[in-house]
Design a binder for this molecule. Structure first.
Ligand SMILES: Nc1nc2c(ncn2[C@@H]2O[C@H](COP(=O)(O)OP(=O)(O)OP(=O)(O)O)[C@@H](O)[C@H]2O)c(=O)[nH]1
Ligand SMILES: [Mg+2]
Length: 295
């Protein structure tokens, strides 16, 4: 039996959450084209008869400007300490910066094994990929266990990545029960799905300031009644989220409900409300209330 923790790190939007969802085969972490979609440490668990892989998703590395941002950076630090493998993810279309390389050196100084994934290879030429792989050869000498080009979009090398990561795990017993796919409760996953739909449907200036809290979860047997608040920071945002005659909130709700029904395996009645909470991302108590806390 092999088991262990594998943390994915990298800049915002490189595809960390997409890779973890592809490896687990379920949507455990939300995905959007907007940077800083993931705000927390989220575990996605893959079980096989003789193997348990615990993939740890993290927020994208950025310079924090709010208390929530500081929490996100702390998540990355906590999630890279004492894990079996650190997977440094890069976006092939963006290249690898000196900053990225400094961080890679830092991971190599830890006790964790280090794997490099160059994701989104579908966006660049074969030549560019070959060049990036060549530039990584020095890091193989420095101790990087493997450098893998991947594409979530084309499902390229995902199985190869899984095999590589499994081979790096130590012998050990399972940490989670076989039917668990995440360390987060169902309410957290539902709130996140609603946030994902809002991120996908709303304009650029609003999404960073959005939060979702659950007010009601009532399992009536065949159906589940759920009520959630979408929290934003300005009245003008509230108007946009609601939309003309409630059209936008309706779209967010319908799209979220479909995903939630898939997750819970039952019919769902979802009611959404929009609330304004001035500068909530700088209010530590509210950040904890909204579910961003793993201590
Ligand atoms: N073309 C292409 N797009 C991809 C690939 N993998 C992910 N994406 C897209 O890239 C965007 C960001 O993906 P995420 O998985 O949310 O990225 P992330 O690194 O988790 O981002 P943060 O949580 O913000 O740090 C989404 O629009 C994905 O659909 C890929 O292999 N190719
Ligand atoms: Mg993410």
């Amino acid at each position: 039996m092999k088991s262990g923790f594998i943390t994915f790190v990298g800049k915002p939007n490189v595809g960390k959450s997409s890779l973890i969802n592809a490896l687990v085969g379920e949507k455990v972490s939300i995905v959007s084209p907007k940077p800083q979609t993931t705000r927390d440490r989220i575990m996605g668990i893959l079980n096989e008869s003789d193997l348990q892989m615990i993939f740890v998703d993290t927020p994208g590395i950025h310079r924090p400007r709010t208390k929530l941002g500081e929490y996100m950076i702390k998540c990355i630090k906590d999630a890279t300490a004492d894990v079996d493998v650190i997977v440094a993810v890069f976006d092939a279309s963006k290249g690898i910066s000196d900053d990225d390389l400094n961080r890679l050196d830092m991971y190599l100084q830890s006790d964790s094994k280090v794997v490099v994934v160059i994701n989104k290879t579908d966006l660049v030429s074969q030549e560019k990929i070959v060049g990036m792989l060549a530039s990584m050869s020095e890091y193989i000498r420095k101790g990087v266990a493997e450098v893998l080009p991947c594409s979530c979009r084309k499902k390229f090398n995902i199985d190869e990545l899984k095999k590589t990561l499994a081979s790096l795990l130590p012998q050990g017993e399972k940490y989670f029960l076989d039917d668990e796919i995440s360390d987060k409760p169902i309410s957290y996953m539902i709130n996140e799905l609603i946030r994902e739909k809002a991120l996908l449907l709303l304009q650029d200036e609003i999404p960073h300031g959005l939060g979702v809290t659950m007010q009601l979860y009532e399992d009536k047997g065949k159906v589940i009644n759920i009520e959630c608040d979408i929290i934003c920071e300005k009245d003008s945002h509230k108007r946009i989220i609601i939309g003309d005659n409630g059209s936008m909130i309706k779209r967010i709700g319908e799209s979220a409900r479909r995903d939630i029904e898939r997750l819970v395996g039952k019919k769902v009645y979802l009611k959404l409300f929009v609330k304004v909470r001035d500068d909530w991302r700088n209010n530590n108590n509210f950040i904890t209330d909204i579910g961003y806390s793993h201590r």
